[in-house]
Design a protein around this ligand. Sequence first.
Ligand code: FES
Ligand code: FES
Length: 169
Amino acid sequence: MNAFSTTPIADRVCLQVNGEPAEIGARLHDTLLTVLRDQLLLTAAKRGCNQGVCGACTVSVDGVPMRACLSLAHNCESSDILTLEGLQEDARMQALQHAFAEAGAFQCGFCTAGMLVSARALLERVPEPVEADVRAALSGNLCRCTGYVKIAAAVQAAGRALAAKGVDA
Ligand code: FES
Ligand code: FES
């Protein structure tokens, strides 16, 4: 049971979420973020600005980082959604989480899940990014705490660690 269980349901949406089929009821205006957080109780993606500015809600949609607060759930029909919860066994995500912890690349942590999802997508495309690559890839993820220096260093460190382990691009 969740907070929206008594809300009128508009229609059914079928998604693949973290490798599992998910069939949910969503109103036409419900966003992917609402569905993930309030129906599926996947709360790693955060509701920050809720208007597409901060990137705290970033999840992977068919392999592309997307702002879940701007994506209508119905437009994600049949999409493959990955949230931080579904990436705990992923080698790139593990390397990133380790590097973020080592570098102290977060303070309050509110932005971190979105940062990690965006950074993982970068490492898929660019296995050993330079700082400019990282800053460009994370330009849509805002952090009000860290100043970004440690975040950029952590993403680069994760890339180097993965390359040393021979993780394929
Ligand atoms: S909560 Fe989606 S961009 Fe800020
Ligand atoms: S660590 Fe606080 S917003 Fe980024």
